[in-house]
Every structure is written in C-alpha cells, then in structure tokens.
Design a protein. Structure first.
Length: 232
C-alpha cells in the first residue's frame, strides 16, 4: 500500500476544510482526486506534502509518517504543482542538478533519464536557458522532467493538463502509464475526469471537504452524474 489517509481532518489555522477523509492509493495505481473549485483538493495535497499539519487523523506513505521520519517520507514523494515553481537564477541544467542532489540520485542514471525526458518534451537544446525565457507550458514541462528523473514512489500532480499542449498531455500520460507498471503510484487532481478516465484506476470525489463518492474510475459517471460533462 503506497498512501494511506485515515480520518484526516485539517485546514488552515482555525478553518477546518477537510472533514474525516479516508482513502488509500495502492502501489502502481492512479487515483484521480476530483472536485469543484474550493472542494478541498489542494488542501488535501498540502497535507500529504507536509505544508499543513492534520488536526486529526493520519497520513502514511509506505508505513512512514512525516512526523516520525520527514526525510525518508519526503524522499518518496514527487510533487508537480499547478503553478510551476522555478528558480529564476538557475538554468534548466541547474534545476536538474538540484533535483539530483536533493533526491541523492545516481548521477549517471539520472542524467540518462533526463536526456530522454528532455527529448520527449523538446527541451533538449534549452539546458542553458533561464526560466524567464520559458513559456508557462515549458515551465510546467521543466517541473515534469524534474519529477520524472526521481525514483519517487508517489507522484502528486495538481491539475496536470491546464497549461500543456495536446502532444505534451499525451507524452505525460504515456510516462505515467509506464511508471505505473513499475509500481509507482499517482494522485492527480482534476475538475473533470474525462482526460484521464482511461488512465485512472480509482477516483475520490470531494465536495465541501468531504468524500461525496469514491470508486473505480469506470463507475465515475454513474456515481457522480453531476460532473458527467463532455469535455472534448
Ligand atoms: N491559504 C488558505 N487560507 C485559508 N483558506 C484557504 C486557503 N487555501 C484554500 N482555502 C480554503 O479552503 C477551501 C478549499 O480550497 P482548496 O484550495 O483546497 O480547493 P480546491 O478543490 O483545490 O479548489 P480549486 O479547484 O479551485 O483549485 C476553500 O474554501 C478555500 O477558501
């Protein structure tokens, strides 16, 4: 079992956003965290990555908790935020070097991986570029490459498809599918399930900070008819 969230209640200061949330993400599966604006998706992520502390309940990642072993816990996580977080004073190559150092990756293996990923996302000739010269979508691709050179056990990707062109969306989905086969787990947030429906194993539907429905991705339209809109 990769991620296990048990009876989590949490939020910001005195504001309780999440109320008694429980779900698990088995190894090698993708869970779509679905909900309308303000339903609590980002708040859930903020708890998993340790930006917020639970008011109640627990979050366990492969039997580790953030409280007991923060370094080992975080080493298992790769997070791709909705808004890319890049360092304006570092080149693309330096961003990758930073990731390799932070995750203590084998340099040779990681740079080989980086080379393949940079080619997929058409960034291979931009290693000396600074983020100011990147478009929003290119910044997002930088974050994707940084995440996928790690050997994280759980990838958390917040609204992955908003700024990406169709080719990049397909490339990302292909990468996700191949890492799933290696046992890596994914938690993706999205407003509607359509784009990832065939790649998701299960969904968790949040409404007002509570789980309003959950189940196999194939049952989404049956269990959440109110979000069954045609996106394409
Ligand atoms: N930094 C914050 N301080 C206080 N309240 C916050 C903060 N961030 C979010 N909230 C509140 O928490 C609730 C859930 O917000 P959250 O960002 O988790 O929703 P979301 O499902 O990610 O929404 P969206 O789809 O718009 O990104 C909302 O009522 C929001 O106002």
């Amino acid at each position: 079992m990769s991620l296990e969230i048990k009876n989590l209640s949490g939020g910001y200061g005195k504001l309780t956003v999440l109320k008694d949330i429980s779900f698990t993400i088995p190894d090698g599966t993708l869970t779509a965290l679905v909900g309308l604006n303000g339903s609590g998706k980002s708040t859930t992520i903020n708890h998993i990555i340790g930006l917020l502390n639970p008011k109640q309940g627990s979050i366990t990642l492969n039997n580790l908790t953030l409280g007991e072993n923060p370094i080992a816990y975080k080493a298992q996580l790769a997070y791709i935020p909705e808004q890319p977080i890049v360092y304006e004073e570092l080149t693309l190559k330096e961003h990758l070097a930073l990731t390799i150092a932070a995750y203590q990756l084998d340099e040779k293996v990681a740079w080989q991986r980086a080379e393949q990923l940079l080619k997929i996302f058409r960034l291979e000739d931009k290693l000396t570029w600074f983020p100011t010269h990147f478009s929003k979508g290119m910044r997002q691709k930088v974050m994707i490459v940084m995440a996928f050179i790690t050997e994280a056990k759980l990838f958390i990707i917040d609204e992955p498809f908003l700024g990406l062109d169709v080719i990049a969306v397909n490339d990302l989905l292909t990468l996700i599918d191949s890492r799933k086969k290696e046992g890596t787990s994914f938690l993706l947030t999205t407003h509607v399930l359509n784009t990832i429906a065939s790649h998701a194993d299960q969904f968790v539907y949040l409404k007002d900070g509570q789980i309003a429905a959950e189940g196999p991705a194939t049952d989404f339209s049956k269990l959440v008819p109110e979000l069954n809109v045609n996106e394409d």
